[in-house]
Design a protein around this ligand. Structure first.
Ligand SMILES: Cc1cc2nc3c(=O)[nH]c(=O)nc-3n(C[C@H](O)[C@H](O)[C@H](O)COP(=O)(O)OP(=O)(O)OC[C@H]3O[C@@H](n4cnc5c(N)ncnc54)[C@H](O)[C@@H]3O)c2cc1C
Length: 410
């Protein structure tokens, strides 16, 4: 008979692999179940914010990532609906001065491989379909592979299975966002010009488009639109073409481009779990909730959430077991860590859907480089999001004459 694991991780994306690595290194017996086989594609903007790099460094994986030759992203060009442009730079040195862009099939495979090397028992091609319960507690999962079904048991089950998390759904915790209903179309293109090291965000009247350069003329192109504005009467090629008509600069850039993969369509995007921890389980990464790709913090939240989850689980197991109370500490840390950035993202969405306000703010940010750097620092996961939740930030930005003063880091 199989020995139960200490921890079962469902999903081998950034959240699952990172939490599995940490727990295995803490001396626990960890089993990781992934439905796909690596390397596999994952539809994504494929941008790693500067904040991700210090976490990857703490995981001991930054050099391995850099050996893959990712494209540094040194600044963001943001074009407001009226055409005003802001080029924002990150307020830091070394790894804090840039993000990276590289295909997820390479990034995710690197992390999954590191989990295997850390001693995690990795199973590819196993799709989790149900949970095993012991009374109120989660005691493991049932997974299928090529017509076989098998039970995996553990003291703690971590749902790291992404936006449509089976773990969250089986626990009746899954909920769509009530009002934020966006759909994304994504495709990688080969373009005949130098794509540089600047990410580009084009804000439109009903959505936005993001371009992430990946080196050697490869561009990751994403368009995000309200679900109700999606033209559904034609093939996805036509839909993408129609949506890009709102962004003439992007269309011009793609004139002689060759698509490198099929168009991937995802939506609705925003969802959340009503609870992220309980008796015998916790949720990490997108399984715990996802809002919107505009500010590109998904991978950061997956990696940082994995740090918080691993600490809680290791402590709970060494203190007598994974009770709801022990694992519940994760819910508190999770809220404290991510709620402020969520509020910033919601605030920015409110601004973006008001084109005139958006233009005004981009003009003001151009005149006030310190404010622009502060915004980039928060968006890049380098500075505390609370800075942008202070009314003083917006009042000074809108009403105070432009004074260039250095950023206070406290
Ligand atoms: C359009 C779009 C663009 C984005 N762009 C960016 C960006 O540029 N930068 C950024 O940081 N974030 C971006 N994100 C968000 C980012 O993709 C996610 O936040 C990130 O992938 C979350 O990682 P994760 O490990 O939680 O989930 P995932 O990466 O989704 O990994 C989940 C894993 O679980 C596996 N799995 C799922 N179900 C099961 C099951 N039943 N059994 C076993 N395995 C299972 C999947 O195969 C997958 O490998 C974007 C999101 C969207 C929608």
């Amino acid at each position: 008979m199989r020995q139960p694991a200490d921890v079962l991780v469902v999903g081998g994306g950034p959240a699952g692999s990172a939490v599995a690595i940490r727990l295995a290194r803490a001396g626990l017996k960890v089993c990781l179940l992934e439905k796909s086989h690596f390397p596999r594609e994952k539809p994504c903007g494929e941008y790693l914010s500067p904040g991700c790099l210090s976490i990857l460094d703490r995981l001991g994986l930054l050099s391995a990532l850099e050996a893959l030759g990712p494209q540094p992203i040194r600044s963001m060009r943001i074009e407001a609906p009226g055409g005003t442009v802001l080029t924002g730079v990150y307020p830091g040195n070394g790894t804090a001065s840039h993000g990276y862009s590289l295909p997820r099939y390479r990034f995710d495979a690197l992390l999954f491989d590191a989990a295997r090397k850390a001693g995690v028992e990795c199973h590819e091609g196993w799709r989790v379909v149900n949970l095993i319960r012991e009374g109120e507690s989660v005691a493991g999962v049932v997974a299928d592979s090529e017509g076989r079904s098998r039970s995996f048991t553990a003291s703690v089950t971590i749902g790291a299975d992404g936006r449509n998390s089976v773990v969250s759904r089986r626990l009746n915790l899954f909920a769509w966002h009530r009002t934020h209903r966006k759909v994304a179309l994504l495709r990688r293109f080969q373009v005949p010009v130098d794509v540089g090291d600047v990410g580009e965000v084009y804000l439109g009247k009903t959505g936005y488009s993001i371009l992430n350069p990946q080196g050697r003329g490869v561009l990751n192109v994403g368009v995000v639109v309200d679900q109700q504005d999606l033209p559904l009467h034609q093939a996805w090629e036509g839909v993408l073409c129609d949506l890009l008509a709102a962004y003439p600069r992007v269309r011009a850039m793609l004139q002689d481009a060759h698509p490198l993969n099929a168009i991937r369509v995802l939506g609705p995007l925003a969802c959340r779990a009503t609870r992220v921890a309980g008796d015998g389980f916790l949720l990490v990464g997108d399984a715990a909730g996802y809002y919107d790709p505009m500010t590109g913090e998904g991978v950061y939240q997956a990696l940082r959430g994995a740090e918080l989850a691993a600490k809680t689980v290791a402590e709970a197991l060494s203190n007598g077991g994974p009770t709801a109370g022990g694992l519940g500490r994760y819910a508190v840390c999770y809220r404290r860590e991510f709620a402020p950035k969520d509020r910033v993202c919601q605030l920015l969405q409110q601004i973006v859907c008001r084109p005139r306000l958006c233009d005004l703010l981009v003009r003001r940010l151009n005149d006030r480089p310190t404010h622009a750097e502060e915004l980039m620092g928060v968006v890049g996961d380098l500075l505390a999001p609370r800075r942008l939740l202070r009314p003083a930030f917006w009042l000074r930005l809108l009403f105070r004459p432009a004074i260039d003063e250095p950023i206070r880091r406290a």
